[in-house]
Every structure is written in C-alpha cells, then in structure tokens.
Design a protein around this ligand. Structure first.
Ligand code: TNX
Length: 531
C-alpha cells in the first residue's frame, strides 16, 4: 500500500512536468454518455505491468470481452495483460445472462470490478472504464506515464433500449472498412443499432441473388456520377458480424415504394404506368398502340445522380412488385440476425394515397412473414401498422401521433435535432440545411420524451441519428458531420433528460475531443466548446 502511494506521488509529479494531470477524483471523469451515478471515494487504482484481467462467471464471449479490454489497454501502456479465470486486479464479473444493459464499476486501490448481467453490460462497463484513464490511453504506441484512475463506484443504466445511428450508403456508397470504422466509434458511445439505408434513387447497395440487375445496373453510380458500389452478401454478413462483436445490431433498410429509382432502372417491369415510346401521340387514334402491353412492359428508368427526392415509385398494383419485395426481404432477412427490417416509406410523393396504404400494409405482412418487425419513416403511420411495428419520426408530429393512437411506438429522429447531415451553421463546408442549422448545443439540448407534440416517454422506442450522404463522399466528410454531434445524441439516448446539462457536457466533450485527436478522428471543432 505504502509503495503504491509513493508510486502514485512519483507518477503525479511526472505528470505535472510531462502531460495532462490525471484526474484525482472520479467526479472529474469525462464519461460520455454520462452514467446514472458516479460516487467518488478516496484513493486510486494504478494499472501496472503485473495487472491481470480475471473473468468471473461464464458465457460464450466473456473471454473475448477480456481480450477487448486487454487489447485496448496494450498499445499505450505496453502491458500485456493476461485474461484468465485466475485471481486478477481487474475483474469482469458476469452475474447473470439476461438482456439488461446495466453495469456497475467499483474501483478501489487494490482492484477494479466491472459487473453486469449481460455481455453487453460488461462491454459498456469496459467502454466507461477506458474513459477513466488519461486520454493518452488512446495512443497506439507506448507512453511512459502512470495509468491511474480514481476510486469510486459507477452505476449505469440506459434510458432507451434503442440507441442508433443511420448511414445512407445509397447516395454515396460507403465501403466496408469505413462502415467498420464507424461501428468502432459508435460502440465507444454505447450506441447499439446501426441502420443501413441500403437503397435509394441513386443506388442499390446490397446483392440480391434472385434479382442480379439490382447491383449489375442499380449499383453502378451515385450522387454526382461517381462509380457507386454495393455489398456482396458475404460483405454484408461481415458487417453484421463486426457490429455484433461490438454489441451493435444492424437494421437493413430497403426504402419503398418511393426512393426506388435504382430498382426501377434495373428492372423495367417494376415501373408503374405506361411508358410511351417516342412520337407524337396526340395524332394517334385508339387501337394504334396496345396500352395493355406497354403497361405490362414499361421501360427501365434512367439511372439518377442528382439529389431531388419524391419522383419515383414502384408499381403498387402489380403481382411482380410483391414477388420482387418478397425475394428482397427474404434474402436480406436470412443474413440479418437482428429483429428489425426498415421498409422506408418516406416521401412517396408520386404514389397515390390509397396505393401507398395498400402497399405499406402488404409490405409489413411480408416482413412479418420473414420473422422481422418493420420500422418505417413516420409516413407509414398513415397506414394500419401491425402491432409492435415502429414509426421513425423525422418530420411530422401528426404522423407520430397516428402511430401512438394505433398503440405503436415512435423512434425519435427529429430532423431539426438528430440529422447529422444538417449544417452546423451557414459556413459549414458540407451538409444541407432544409431542416435547420444544428450546432452541438442544439443537438444536445432536447428531450425525446418531450419533443413531438402528443408523444411522451412511454411512446418513445428510442433515438436515432441519421447521416444522409448527398454531400458526403468519404471518411473525412463523415467524421466532420458526425463528430461531435453523435456523442451528443448518444447521451440524449443513454442519459435521462433530468441528469443532462450543457455545462457538464461541454467539459466532457472537450476531453473526448482529445481522444478523437489521438485517434485521428477529424471532428468539427465547434466554437461552442473550449477544446
Ligand atoms: C429527407 S428524412 C429524406 C432523405 C434525404 C434527407 C436529406 C427522410 C425520411 N427522407 O431522403 O436524404 O431528407 O436531409
């Protein structure tokens, strides 16, 4: 004990001359999202070269969780922390095996204990524990310093079970490596659902074996005319597995009946209506063209690389359309272990209202047939929702209310708060601003349970921050738009509104910024924060 106090004093003095002082009290920790309770006690724990990670309890992945912690601690400390069931000073204690995401961390001078009732809880405990170390823990090579964390107890429990983000991989294709990198960042913020917007007017991004033209034709371009791309089913499975190892569930979206130009360009028969051949029809008399044949065999539409919305629709009255949707939902569901399938349903401006209702109700039946719960943009609440299906609020509170009146819940993604493609201000180099300019404080200061008129806590399924990619083409663009706002949304989703306050977030996000700097994340240095 004496030795460790001496060690602590020596290391503290090294700190003063070399780098940032470690925090001396757990209250000063910069944990994002903010935990439910932090109770500081006196003293500190110091990680050292003979520290060991001890697994208590058993489950399929407890050892991998130990390895996650060991490998995250290794580069900066240089310590090779063994993971085993032997007595150790960092204990991962799996007490049950249920779906609670809660965890508890106890830090004494002798040891650190992370306890939870599920692997996910242990995983979140590990994320928090890593944020207790000095920011240098993020470095990828050895730093000579004391790895000290202050003593105390943290108890934590998420406010919402669904804490998500969305990547629009359709407007600009986002490759597997960048999606994995995004997953890494989400996991650190305890986000647990990644919604992939896989199809839109400009591109179809997932291989469907029974309809090969969707990718052979529909994936060949993107906004601006670039080369596009798609995930093979093997690559999609790789993303699903990578996400799962980070306790993140993939939610695939096939947007329909609007936002379907890429599919309509791939298969002419999915188009509605009559495609008239060139010529002056005003002078033709009935009988000269066989409208029936044209109706059955409309031409494929042109590929589209602009950013208009609301001009495309699948034919809602044809057998072939539902055969197509059945195949697509079946193939994607087979490789999607998560419970949700997102059916889009937004901005179908050229679908007749009755046709839209008929279509969305039929598609919900198809997802149910393949064992999935449907999520759709808030417009789907104008149709009869199946029990348990979810409307994703983005624009219209009246749609959210329609969902509520049917006994369905609402996933909160208000465009004015949670849209990561909105510009920060008028000088932002990327992004749109049709909904709002969203500075960091605005993204942080709202309550999902008290935002849409008529919607309260029990109606809220969760929170999701979508990144639409009309203006976003690469990893640096993604990082600039997403960070720091994704951290704000993660806290909105995890931490009860009553516990959140801007001043505290501002202090903690500044520390998070140092971690991002070390990790090479090119985040937006909002003027609202003293970075
Ligand atoms: C509206 S939000 C859309 C998207 C666009 C986005 C751009 C929603 C359900 N539809 O198609 O990409 O605005 O901000």
């Amino acid at each position: 004990m004496k030795k460790s106090i001496l060690g602590l004093l020596i290391s503290l003095s090294i700190f003063v001359i070399s780098c940032q002082a470690p925090i001396s009290n757990l209250d000063q920790a910069a944990i994002i999202p903010l935990p439910s309770s932090i109770q500081a006690t006196s003293g500190a724990f110091e990680l050292n070269s003979s520290s060991k990670i001890q697994l208590v309890g058993s489950s399929e992945n407890l050892a991998s969780l130990g390895e996650v912690l060991s490998s995250r601690l290794k580069p900066a400390t240089g310590f090779d922390l063994p993971v085993s069931e032997e007595e150790g000073d960092i204990q991962l204690v799996l007490e049950g095996n249920n779906d609670s995401e809660d965890y508890e961390i106890e830090i004494t001078e002798e040891k650190v204990t992370v306890k939870a009732d599920s692997e996910a809880g242990i995983f979140y405990g590990i994320q928090t524990l890593l944020q207790l170390f000095p920011v240098e823990i993020e470095k990828d090579s050895k730093v000579e310093m004391a790895w000290v964390i202050p003593a105390g107890i943290i108890k934590d429990s998420p406010e919402y079970d669904y804490r998500g983000s969305m990547l629009d991989v359709a407007r600009h294709f986002i490759g597997v490596a960048d999606v994995k990198h995004y997953i890494d960042q989400m996991a650190r913020l305890k986000l647990n659902y990644l919604h992939l917007h896989l199809t839109d007017d400009q591109g179809w991004r997932i291989e469907i074996k029974s309809w090969p033209n969707l990718t052979a034709i529909g994936a060949q371009t993107e906004v601006g005319g670039g080369e596009g791309g798609f995930y093979t089913q093997e690559q999609y499975k790789e993303i699903v597995a990578y996400a799962a190892s980070n306790y993140i569930t993939i939610v695939p979206e096939v947007d329909m009946p609007g936002h379907t130009n890429a599919a309509l360009a791939s298969y002419g028969e999915l188009n509605p209506g009559v495609n008239l051949p060139d010529g002056d029809f005003s002078t033709m008399v009935e009988g000269e063209i066989d409208f029936d044949i044209l109706d059955k065999n409309p031409q494929p539409s042109e590929l589209y690389t602009g950013i208009e919305v609301g001009f495309s629709t699948l034919a809602t009255d044809k057998e072939i359309t539902y055969q197509f949707i059945d195949d697509v939902i079946r193939e994607i569901s087979e490789i999607t272990p998560g419970p949700y399938f997102h059916i889009g349903g937004d901005e179908s401006h050229v679908t007749e209202k009755d046709d839209y209702i008929y279509f969305v109700e039929k598609v919900q039946e198809i997802t149910a047939k393949y064992g999935k719960t449907s999520i759709g943009w808030d417009e789907i609440a104008t149709t009869k929702l199946l029990p348990g299906n979810v409307a994703q609020f983005w624009a219209l509170a009246e749609n959210a209310k329609l969902a509520k009146e049917q006994g369905n819940q609402v996933l909160m993604s208000p465009a004015k708060k949670a849209y990561l493609d909105m510009q920060y201000d008028s000088t932002s180099r990327l992004g749109l601003h049709w909904a709002a300019y969203i500075e960091l404080d605005s993204a942080y200061l709202w309550d999902p349970a008290n935002y849409a008129d008529g919607i309260s806590k029990e109606d809220v399924f969760g929170v999701e921050a979508p990144l639409w990619t009309e203006t976003i083409t690469n990893r640096a663009d993604i990082e600039y738009m997403v960070f720091p706002r994704l951290a704000a949304i993660a806290e909105v989703a995890w931490t009860p509104a009553a516990k959140r306050e801007w001043a505290g977030f501002e202090r903690r996000i500044a520390v998070q910024g140092k971690r991002w700097d070390i990790n090479g994340i090119q985040f937006y240095k909002s003027p609202k924060v003293a970075w």
